[in-house]
Write a protein that binds this ligand. Structure first.
Ligand code: HPA
Length: 235
């Protein structure tokens, strides 16, 4: 047990999927895992452990934003011995070619700031995905009927952004989408010698203003979870 994760020793798998929303953790565990058991409910941030194709997997909510994710990822890596963390979440599309419901596999995560800023100080560390996970996710996505983009994303500290000029520069520099967690996840995985990846579903679009209707979300999010599981355990 840690301050924020009530699981007993051995109840967290080495492979952890991390949605921002604890209710999405519950849905994904019930939909994809066999024998899913609730292992954490501290602060309502549900974690479930079960198996997928016989492999132990935990699905633990991260909350929204890098400070929240940092708490859960630190405890999973440092105290529970997690070795592979895959974020499954939503993002806003930032390129015309990126459409609602598409999947983005995040190779790198640019940010203005992360909770690790005080460590790096003058250094612009480049948070990047684990190659073995990234390449396996790309292979898994090819078997699905979902448009997939691989490239850089932007991990923002704000959802209600007051800097349209920043969004414009990100788009100009080819950033595919914006979310709020991946950069710190990649940094923490690097720090602890673990593997990390973010697989994202485009839920809204910054240029078109479109947003995914809530009834459509399950199917789209399902593809993303399936890609993440195949990335962790390629056949
Ligand atoms: N901004 C930041 N995070 C997000 C967005 C967005 O537009 N959509 C989903 N997560």
């Amino acid at each position: 047990m840690t301050v924020h994760i009530g699981a007993k020793p051995g109840e967290i798998a080495e492979t952890v999927l991390m949605p921002g929303d604890p209710y999405r953790a519950k849905w994904a565990a019930e939909t994809f895992l066999d024998n899913a058991k609730l292992v954490n409910e501290v602060r309502g941030m549900f974690g479930f452990t079960g198996t997928w194709n016989g492999h132990p997997v935990t699905i633990q909510g991260s909350g929204m934003g890098m400070p929240s994710l940092s708490i859960y990822a630190n405890e999973l890596l440092k105290d529970f011995g997690a070795k592979t963390l895959i974020r499954i979440g939503s993002c806003g599309g930032m390129q015309a070619k990126v459409k609602i419901r598409d999947v983005i596999i995040a190779m790198t995560a640019t940010s203005v700031s992360t909770p690790s800023l005080e460590i790096f100080r003058e250094v612009n560390f480049a948070p990047s995905a684990d190659w073995s996970l990234l390449s396996a996710a790309v292979e898994a996505a090819k078997t699905k009927n979902v448009a997939t983009h691989v490239g850089g994303i932007y991990s923002s500290d704000v959802f209600y952004d007051e800097r349209p000029d920043l969004t414009e520069q990100m788009t100009r520099h080819g950033i595919l989408g914006v979310e709020m967690e991946a950069a710190e996840l990649y940094i923490l995985a690097a720090r602890y010698g673990a593997r990390a990846l973010a697989v994202l579903t485009v839920s809204d679009h910054l240029q078109t203003g479109e947003a995914l209707p809530s009834e459509d979300r399950e199917q789209s999010f399902g593809d993303m979870v399936d890609i993440a599981l195949h990335a962790a355990f390629p056949s």
